[in-house]
Design a protein. Structure first.
Length: 184
């Protein structure tokens, strides 16, 4: 029994001790590349036009992606209950690809007239961390509804928005997917 335990310890302690030959910089020789005098300059020169082109395309796509996509927020107070409806509308004749990077599709915060936060939809929630792409058909809408029941008197401010990271592959302008309304 003693020999079995001793053999197991020796075997386990020997695992992972093989090292690749290293140079004076402690970099394994297999990862070294011969430096070329002009390689860095050539790579920068080659990549420069692509970077500019990429920036131009992104800037152009941002406006196009949201050109006919709009967000609407409706809130209604009934006693101590607030009903909130959020809509993302596709007002084009082409389908839109809406990409979310988590299970959270919208954010919603309700505040009192004094600015005190009385409800935050995401405060006690846990969302999946997975990329999800949804198709918004031409003339279609994504509708999200939430109901809050709480004790808050007076007018309430409802802030809400869609948390989409991309619309048709372009990052949307955040302000275009958010809205604030006041309910009495």
């Amino acid at each position: 029994m003693k020999y079995t335990v001793l053999a197991a310890i020796l075997l386990l302690s020997a695992c992972g001790t093989l090292q690749a030959p290293e140079n004076s910089n402690n970099v394994p020789e297999e990862n070294l590349q011969e430096p070329a005098e002009n390689n860095v300059e050539e790579a920068q020169a080659e990549n420069q036009p692509e970077e500019n082109q990429s920036e131009e395309n992104t800037a152009g796509n941002e406006g196009e992606a949201l050109e006919d996509t709009s967000f609407q927020l409706e809130a209604e107070k009934d006693g101590s209950t607030v009903h909130v409806t959020m809509k993302l509308l596709n007002e084009t004749e082409e389908a839109k690809e809406i990409t979310f990077r988590s299970g959270q599709k919208y954010h919603l915060v309700i505040r009192t007239e004094a600015g005190e936060e009385v409800y935050d939809y995401a405060a006690d929630m846990m969302f999946t961390q997975a990329i999800e792409t949804m198709t918004l058909e031409p003339g279609g809408e994504m509708v999200f509804e939430e109901t809050w029941e709480g004790e808050a008197e007076g007018p309430l401010t409802v802030e809400a928005g869609i948390t989409a990271d991309e619309i048709d592959g372009a990052a949307p302008e955040t302000s275009s997917l958010q809205e604030t309304v006041t309910v009495d």
